[in-house]
Design a protein around this ligand. Structure first.
Ligand SMILES: [Zn+2]
Length: 289
């Protein structure tokens, strides 16, 4: 069989796809995207990820967990949770990590990793001191690290503006964790080296297809992608967010991951077919798919 395209981090269970979810998945399959890993961000989206994986057993897998921005009051994103009162109430209070709830989802055979979890020092709210919000994020992250160890599944990490803290936080656990993934990696080459040493792989999405900023000769991610070994790189969309260059500013969807893989291939100096095959092998190793 031809190698497939992988979307290693997507949110097609989010409300923004309620009107046309099955058509979106069909478009991905038609484009050769045969594996989609659907990522939860809190209780409802985690449960919905598992439900979607059960509906599409050949093509969809789930990742379940609590996103760091949802551990305190967060911006209400209707694309994620819908516009209803329950969603508004949820984003206004945030969530405390409920171990029993998530353990049941983690043990589901369609679940391939725990997350997205981690640290986000970009999206703070103004209600509480930052230290309080950071402590909540760290408590939820630690609980998810423990869960990942217990169920022997890897972590799907979200990290924004917090790499030094995140690396320090994860390091004591690294040897007991299945080698996981840092998604939408935005750290420095040094951060990448430290995370590589701890066994992590990295996913990149639409942002790597954007042309260099004014006055720059290369894209923001070119250097770090060239540095990371090809067997530690996977493709993602993070749909509905950050669509690749041809669709920039529009709703993203898994079919568009082909543009990400083409750019990864270019940066790694291989053909798109070789890049696809390598990503497929990496996904088998990390997620067992
Ligand atoms: Zn995400």
């Amino acid at each position: 069989m031809q190698p497939y395209f992988l979307d290693a981090h997507t949110h097609v269970q989010f409300s923004g796809f309620d009107a046309d979810r099955d058509a979106v998945i069909q478009r991905a399959l038609d484009a050769g995207v045969r594996k989609m890993i659907v990522i939860g961000t809190q209780k409802d989206t985690s449960r919905a990820a598992v439900a979607l994986a059960e509906k599409y057993p050949d093509n969809v897998r789930a990742v379940i967990g609590l996103h760091p921005v949802h551990t305190s009051r967060s911006f209400h994103d209707a694309q994620e949770l819908g516009g209803g009162d329950a969603a508004q109430a949820f984003t206004s209070r945030g969530e405390v990590f409920d171990v029993d709830y998530y353990r049941a989802l983690a043990l589901d055979p369609t679940t391939v990793a725990i997350g997205e979890c981690g640290l986000d020092y970009f999206h703070f709210n103004d209600d509480e001191p930052r230290e309080v919000q950071i402590e909540k994020q760290k408590a939820a992250f630690l609980a998810q690290i423990q869960l990942a160890k217990d169920v022997k599944k890897p972590l799907m990490i979200h990290c924004r503006d917090a790499f030094a803290d995140l690396i320090e936080f994860v390091r004591p656990h690294a040897r007991e964790l299945a080698p996981g993934v840092v998604h939408f990696f935005t750290g420095t080459p040094d951060d990448a080296r430290r995370l590589l040493d701890m066994g992590f792989s990295f996913t990149f999405g639409g942002a790597i297809t954007f042309p260099p900023r004014k006055g720059k000769t290369q894209g923001d991610y070119d250097e770090v992608i060239k540095l990371i070994p090809i067997d530690r790189i996977m493709s993602e969309t993070d749909a509905p967010y950050v669509a690749p260059a041809p669709f920039r500013g529009k709703r993203n969807e898994p079919a568009y991951v082909v543009h990400v893989v083409a750019r990864l291939a270019e940066l790694k100096g291989v053909s798109t077919e070789e890049m696809k095959a390598q990503i497929e092998e990496n996904a088998r190793r990390v997620f067992g798919i």
